[in-house]
Design a protein around this ligand. Structure first.
Ligand code: THU
Length: 143
């Protein structure tokens, strides 16, 4: 996995964050098993709840292109009015972790990055233990 390329893609996506209300910009870059990268940024809304996190924008974008197999996601986030501080990593919200669990294996890698050479690496299983998933409903992920 080209970690540097993935983090740089997340940083570039963050430049497109639409976050006039929180002033908190997030970029995400999702790596498919086939090696493609899909990016997302957070997109806020004056009515607040219609907004969406960068992680889900990236995932939904990839899914809409027919992708179903994923290996990793890099996430870069923080206040837009100043540089990211030491130790300031943006972890995915609970809703995004749940959406990841729908499509990604427990071994899916999640990189919380400040830059290409400064990141923490977790698996989805570490960030969302004991997930509620398709298996609980006896459903398959096909279709
Ligand atoms: N946000 C994300 O895009 N991803 C995260 O992991 C955490 C939060 C966004 C949502 C909202 O636009 C802003 O950051 C502040 O919560």
């Amino acid at each position: 996995m080209d970690v540097v390329r993935l983090i740089q893609a997340a940083m570039a996506a963050r430049d497109n964050a639409y976050a006039p209300y929180s002033q908190f910009g997030v970029g995400a870059a999702l790596l498919t098993q086939g090696g493609r990268i899909y990016t997302g940024c957070n997109v806020e809304n004056a009515a607040l709840t219609p907004g969406c996190c960068a992680e889900r924008v990236a995932l939904f974008s990839a899914l809409a292109q027919g992708e179903r197999e994923f290996q990793a996601m890099a996430i870069v986030g923080g206040p837009l009015d100043r540089p990211l501080e030491q130790g300031e990593y943006c972890a995915p919200c609970g809703v995004c972790r749940q959406v990841m669990a729908e499509f990604c294996a427990p071994t899916f890698s999640i990189l919380l990055a400040r830059g290409p050479d400064d990141f923490l690496q977790y698996t989805l299983a570490q960030l969302l233990p004991l997930p509620f998933g398709p298996g609980n409903l006896g459903a398959s992920k096909e279709g």
